[in-house]
Design a protein. Structure first.
Length: 427
């Protein structure tokens, strides 16, 4: 096997990594294996995956039940187009998702990742009102700081700063509101009757720095959508499958969305798969004898049998192991380990929901945000450590997989305390 330096040099010559400024010349970790909560590096070290590899690895790396489901399904049926064909894993998974989801979400449209799940929801929302003879509904509502993916519709729905500002002239009309009851009321007063849908990340806005808001905001969103005949889209790509302490974050507010987007933990992080769940009346609006009335959207790997089989196995583990409760207990322990940071000069807040724990540093001279100097200090403090942490600007967070042990949680807490103190002491 090639040495670490050779892998890094070959990567630098050919690979283009996401959300990476290659001009800074930072070498990536060369990962050759993974087990449980740990990544295994080419240089022989192990690194604890405290962020579940971009929030996707739900149970742990190499989970035997998921590996077995993948192998068995690959031997039976690797792939078949989902237009004009179907197969048992897709049918069974759709049934399981509809059973587990908030009431009323009866239809499942498969796609590939969180961005495409959001694209499906946005397109369905707009076309639904066209089908109903309401073409005026061309505006969407979203929350300040929201992030919903990197395809064009998802970019439009997300807050353009700092990722998507260059694309602003190409994006459709989205009105934004603060994640408060008053902010939503004001936004609906301005555009409510022309609005196709409000899209939210329920209770936790991930890319905004694990920004959290109360259930009353989500409840107000549901009420305002009902009052104005607007759809509510719950982007549960990150919050789904137990991350917030319940199977879906929407449950904590007692809210049933009209459309729900799922990905990441859907397969336990093993394979790409996404789903958009919809109410039955939304599905029915596209029915008819006219072929042109169908929903024209699809992906080559829509409903891939292997991914669906793995997702079914993952859902079974979620239920068997009480993953939401397990993650909430891990989050409580991690929050307790970060208690020494509370009240520390320079620490704005330590916050938690379920298994998601975040520490926000105070901005120096207003340098908060993803590209802040505080973020760079945090990133520097997290490099070459035993725990993989990837700050969101001036926010350091952890979202470990459910297999993480108490001792491993304590190790994460130790490294987070160290990184925060180092960032605060840096010039």
């Amino acid at each position: 096997m090639s040495g670490v330096a050779d892998w890094v040099e070959r990567d630098a010559r050919r690979c283009w990594h996401p959300y990476t400024q290659h001009g800074l010349g930072e070498a990536p970790l060369v990962v050759t294996g993974a087990r449980g909560a740990w990544l295994e590096l080419a240089d022989g070290r192990r690194v604890l995956d405290a962020i579940s590899s971009w929030w996707s690895v739900l149970h742990g790396h190499g989970q035997p039940e998921l590996v077995r489901a993948m192998e068995q399904q690959a031997q039976r049926l690797d792939h078949v187009l989902f237009a004009g064909c179907t197969h048992p894993p897709a049918i069974e998974l759709a049934e399981a998702l509809a059973s587990a989801a908030p009431s009323g979400l009866t239809r499942v449209f498969y796609s590939d990742d969180g961005s495409t799940a959001v694209e499906v929801a946005l397109k369905l929302s707009y076309q639904l009102f066209l089908r109903r003879g309401e073409p005026r509904r061309t505006t969407f509502l979203a929350l300040d700081g929201g992030y919903h993916g990197d395809t064009f519709g998802a970019m439009a729905a997300g807050d353009p700063r700092p990722f998507f500002s260059d694309f602003a002239p190409l994006l459709f009309d989205v009105h934004r509101a603060p994640a408060t009851v008053e902010g939503l009321e004001e936004a609906f007063a301005q555009v409510g009757d022309n609005c196709a849908a409000l899209i939210v990340e329920p209770l936790v806005q991930g890319a905004a720095g694990m920004r959290m808001y109360g259930a009353e905001v989500l409840q107000a969103a549901r009420g305002l959508c009902d009052a104005h005949g607007t759809l509510l889209i719950a982007d549960e790509v990150m919050t789904g499958f137990g991350r917030t302490g319940t199977l879906f974050a929407s449950e904590q507010a007692g809210v049933c969305p009209d459309l729900m987007c799922l990905a990441k933990g859907l397969t336990g992080g093993m394979l790409p798969l996404a789903a958009t769940l919809a109410r039955e009346d939304i599905y029915a609006a596209f029915l008819g004898q006219d072929r042109g009335r169908a929903f024209f959207h699809g992906h080559t790997f829509t409903g891939n049998p292997i991914a669906c089989a793995v997702a079914l196995a993952s859902l079974a583990l979620v239920d068997r192991d009480d993953v939401p409760g397990r993650l909430a207990r891990l989050g409580e322990r991690l929050e307790s380990g970060l208690e020494p940071l509370r009240g520390l000069d320079g620490v704005r807040e330590v916050r938690r929901l379920g298994g998601i724990v975040a520490v926000e540093l105070r901005a120096r001279d207003g340098d908060a945000g993803y590209l802040s100097d505080a973020g760079e200090r945090l990133r520097a403090a997290c490099r070459d450590r035993e725990v993989l942490l990837r700050p969101l600007g001036n926010v350091l967070y952890a979202m470990p997989p459910a297999c993480t042990t108490d001792a491993e949680i304590d190790l994460i807490a130790d490294h987070m305390r160290h990184a925060c103190r180092a960032a605060l002491e840096a010039p």
